[in-house]
Design a protein around this ligand. Sequence first.
Ligand code: ADP
Ligand code: MG
Length: 352
Amino acid sequence: MNHEQNPRITNISTLGEFGLIDHLTNDIETYNHSTQMGIGDDAAILQSGDEHLVVTKDLLVEGVHFDLVYTPLKHLGYKSVAVNLSDVYAMNGKPEQIFVGLAVSSKYSVEALDSLYEGIKAACKKYKVDLAGGDTTSSPAGMVISITAIGRAEKNRVVYRSGSKVHDLICVSGDLGAAYCGLLVLQREKAAFTGGSTVQPDLSAYAYVIERQLKPEPRRDIIEKLKALDIVPTSMIDISDGLASEVLHLCKNSGNGAIIFEEHLPIDERMAAVAHEFELDPTTCALSGGEDYELLFTVAQSDYDKIKTLPNVSIIGHITEAQNGTSIESASGQRVELTSLGWDGLKHKGNF
Ligand code: ADP
Ligand code: MG
């Protein structure tokens, strides 16, 4: 019996990714005092003596999250570690261990998996994280990688999505939209290749955006600089689904609104050039393009003098009362609700 015939059966697509998580977990009870923060942030926070443990997990599925036609396995290994570390940094934590769950079909050779692990090991070395275990099994088709990362944070320096206050400054690291533009270039090359083109593509003009897509770097440097300046953000989230989606998450969890300014969005000219080539507005790419793995955070106004000295951090707006909504103001002063434009992470991710 299909879903249309039985009104009691609900198609997952009616909920989307975040709706599904809410649906499955909204009545979860916790039984241990040590579970300081369970579901609902970039990572769980578990009390452990005088410190907090930070635990997060991400699942990458071939054909959904990666396409091996244009993703070298070494990069895939690196990226699967990087995206987990990003979630630990987003809690203001320091990642220390990872566990790797791997399901592979027989189409993969040992050499192919060696490449995957070269990437995993390179990320572990760069971020000084220990690969401490995992699990390996076969898969009927394709590859699934599930990584759990564990880190530590000082108790009074953990940063949740929920702590922002009205008038706090909204900050973002690096630049936005390039990873999405890199994906567009790679998908275009794949289409040309499968369409029978024998011309070897020259992708050197696209090196920056492609690198942003294939080899994201979690922002350990920003976490270290904030610590050196003795700034504890009031809230923080990493940008995996796109800026608009993450601003909405922060505001929802903190119970307030926000205004961000288009002219302050960090846009790299190499991203803007690719966006124009695809007839897209760079602002749209910056707002809705996912996978940049930059940090979005808020700081108290009193930290303004310190924050403005930080390289690679842009102040893009501020937190407002909830009733003002969540909007973006264009250079000409026009305000648009972020949601009304359909900038909704789960819709453009297309997982379901
Ligand atoms: P992120 O994009 O930072 O990886 P997600 O949107 O995947 O975060 O997850 C949001 C929250 O929901 C996290 O606290 C995560 O641990 C939790 N979560 C996601 N999927 C499940 C699940 N199937 N069961 C329980 N908790 C889940
Ligand atoms: Mg996250």
